[in-house]
Design a protein around this ligand. Structure first.
Ligand SMILES: [Zn+2]
Length: 54
């Protein structure tokens, strides 16, 4: 199960929505030493992003 989260790119300012692991699944992934966060900007491919559009 995933959550849809809004992100904004710090580089180009592009706003986008993407699906990420839910909180519980992030915990689970950490326990298993798997990567939990691999979201990148669809425009410039940077990972310098932050949550929220405000
Ligand atoms: Zn960008």
């Amino acid at each position: 199960m995933t959550d849809t989260v809004r992100f904004r790119c710090n580089n180009c300012g592009r706003r986008f929505e993407t699906e990420v692991l839910s909180e519980a699944e992030q915990r689970e992934a950490r326990l298993r030493d798997r990567p939990t966060f691999a979201v990148q900007c669809p425009e410039c491919k940077r990972t310098d992003i932050r949550r929220g559009w405000e």
